[in-house]
Structures are given as structure tokens and as C-alpha cells.
Design a protein around this ligand. Sequence first.
Ligand code: ATP
Ligand code: MG
Length: 171
Amino acid sequence: MKGYVQVYTGNGKGKTTAAFGQALRAAGAGLRVFIAQFVKGMEYSEHKAMERFSDLITIKQYGRDCFINREPTEKDIRAAKQGYDDVAEIIRSGDYQMVILDEANIAVYYNLFSARDLVALIDMKPEDLELVITGRYADPIVLERADLVTEMLEVRHYYHQGVEARKGIEK
Ligand code: ATP
Ligand code: MG
């Protein structure tokens, strides 16, 4: 089956959860899924949920935390580059039918690797691999290469009322 490149971006809620929903659906069809999470380092409830599908879904994190309010450090950059190399190998291996690069757009936004590097991953994708890229601020050259782009539009978000990420809902 031919695989396409999907990008979930925009400021509204639903990018990462859409990607995990896609992983769940893929696993239901017996597809093997690799999820790489850039920038993120903490444990999310979705990891625990996905443990139930560990025969088909593999998750790896390549970050320390959500550094939305600070400059990335050398350590953040090294973690992202390690992730990039791992993902390149995973993509080329042909062992997975779906690869999800969660917050890869954010990694580019913070210059952990370049938009061209991300496009290079798209270029090395086997024909039958579905590649899903999430994160705000998707780079135009990445969008250009995507077959599907969904922009989550923030009409309203309780974050602005001071509601921080809640366990089971955002984390
Ligand atoms: P989800 O994981 O629920 O699908 P998402 O992947 O679309 O959400 P991200 O951009 O990854 O959302 O946001 C991660 C976190 O940033 C959220 O848990 C939330 O607490 C916070 N956040 C969400 N919206 C905003 C906003 N408009 N401004 C600042 N922070 C926000
Ligand atoms: Mg997200």
C-alpha cells in the first residue's frame, strides 16, 4: 500500500493526539508503528496506554523537556540529532509501515536540526511508509512536500485561562 506524508500543525489542540490516534488505527490493522518524540522528555499517559500495543508500536523520546520558554542547550541539540539518526535508520530499514515524528516541526523551529534535514527524511522514505509529522510552526519547505496538511485552528483554549496540561487530557 502506498504511504503518504501527513503534517499536523497549527496552534490548536489535537496534533499529538491525532498522531497517536493514527498509530492506534494502524496497529489495529496490524501495521508496525515507530513513534519518535522530539523535544519531549517526560512520560505522558499515552506511553502507558501504548504499552498495551508494544508488539506493534514502539515509542522513543529524544528530548529532555518542553523547553517552550528557554533556549535549547547543547544537550537538547545532541538528543535531537541522536533522534534524527535513529529515525533515519528506522525509515530506511523498511521494518515499519508508519513512522510518526512528534514535535519534529518544533525541533526545526528551535534549530535542533534543519528543515532541509527533515525534508531529507521524507526523501528517504520507502514507497509504502506512512510518515506523520506534528508540531506547531511547520516549515514551508516541509509543508510543500506533504501530501496532507491539517492545521489545528485555535478558536479557544483554556490554556489562556491558566489551565495547565492535565494528566489524561494533555499529558
Ligand atoms: P495534544 O497533545 O493535546 O493533541 P497538541 O499536540 O496539539 O495537543 P502542542 O502544541 O504539542 O499541542 O502543545 C503542548 C502543550 O502546550 C499543551 O499541553 C498545552 O498545555 C500547551 N498549550 C496549548 N495551547 C497553547 C497555547 N495556545 N499557548 C501556549 N501553550 C499552549
Ligand atoms: Mg503536540
